[in-house]
Design a protein around this ligand. Structure first.
Ligand SMILES: C[S@@+](CC[C@H](N)C(=O)[O-])C[C@H]1O[C@@H](n2cnc3c(N)ncnc32)[C@H](O)[C@@H]1O
Length: 282
């Protein structure tokens, strides 16, 4: 089971205006890739999109599906780079509405569970950025079902491309368990209140689950980049504290401050990390 539509709405349908206050202008809600100490979030998000575009070996004569396309940031990048056809699926209605309003050329967005998606024809490449974190619930992981659920995703996606096609994949990871009660409570709060139904995989689970359909050709971890990304989101959100409290209430500001602050500490202390993989369909 994936996060339900209602759980996804808790995570992504607070208000598009709210997220617009602290994400970059293209609304990437995932780890950016910084190339220098003074680089802006905007530039780092472009770098991230370029890494995945290159991993998927996309280009003007190619078609792509973005699985878990959020507010359409990666689709926009692909269209701007002249892709032949870009499609996206998301479970969030608010995100899809934002995507429709972007009126992206040569693209279409669908509100659909990825498991129900039926492509009209095979894609030349795939991207999926921090969507897998919604597929296995903490309860299912405790039952030992994580690898089976992640393998179902990789196997399904393999049906949508021809052998030899590439997939730019990114996921948040679980690394170490924190030691203090407060840290554990903060992580639990983030899982229960901000991302209900979700659970970050372990790297070794993903490496196992890509088999038998995908070969890992490159792999980068991005723990420090994500610490910096979430730190920048927190800094930007705090600049709008008064407006957020007035418009959406104190609880929303307090919850998001606690969640983003937990992320910053999580990446600094190795509780969490992030991975990008270049995969090739066997
Ligand atoms: C953290 S957001 C990432 C969005 C986007 N990839 C980005 O980089 O900003 C996760 C996305 O996965 C989508 N998602 C989660 N479970 C899904 C499912 N079962 N089928 C389709 N999309 C799903 C959510 O709706 C959301 O758009």
């Amino acid at each position: 089971m994936t996060s339900t539509q209602a759980e996804i709405d808790v995570s992504y349908s607070v208000s598009n205006e709210f997220f617009k206050l602290w994400l970059d202008e293209n609304m990437h809600y995932t780890c950016a890739v910084y190339q220098s100490a003074d680089q802006s979030l905007e530039a780092a998000q472009e770098n991230k999109a370029q890494v995945l575009y290159d991993f998927a070996e996309l280009g003007p004569d190619k078609s792509v599906l973005d699985i878990g396309c959020g507010w359409g940031s990666m689709l926009e990048f692909c269209v701007r780079h002249g892709i032949k056809r870009a499609e996206g699926v998301t479970l969030s209605t608010a995100q899809a509405e934002w995507c429709y309003a972007r009126k992206l050329d040569k693209s279409s967005i669908h509100i659909c569970d990825y498991r129900d998606w039926k492509p009209a024809e095979p894609y030349d490449g795939l991207v999926s950025i921090e969507m897998i974190d919604h597929l296995c619930s903490p309860a299912q992981a405790r039952e030992g079902r994580a690898i089976e659920i992640y393998r179902e995703y990789f196997s399904k996606l393999a049906e949508w491309v021809r052998p030899g096609a590439h997939f730019g994949f990114q996921a948040i990871l679980t690394n170490k368990i924190p030691r203090t009660r407060k840290d554990l409570q903060d992580l639990q709060f983030t899982a229960d209140v901000i991302f209900p139904g979700g659970r970050n995989p372990r790297l070794e689970e993903l490496v196992t689950a890509v088999n038998p359909h995908w070969e890992i050709r490159e792999l980068h971890t991005r723990r420090e980049d994500y610490g910096r990304t979430t730190g920048e989101w927190l800094r930007r959100m705090r600049l709008h504290e008064g407006y957020i409290r007035e418009t959406w209430g104190n609880a929303l500001f307090d919850d998001y401050e606690r969640y983003l602050d937990t992320c910053v500490r999580g990446f600094a202390n190795h509780w969490t990390s992030d991975v990008q993989m270049k995969l090739r369909r066997i």
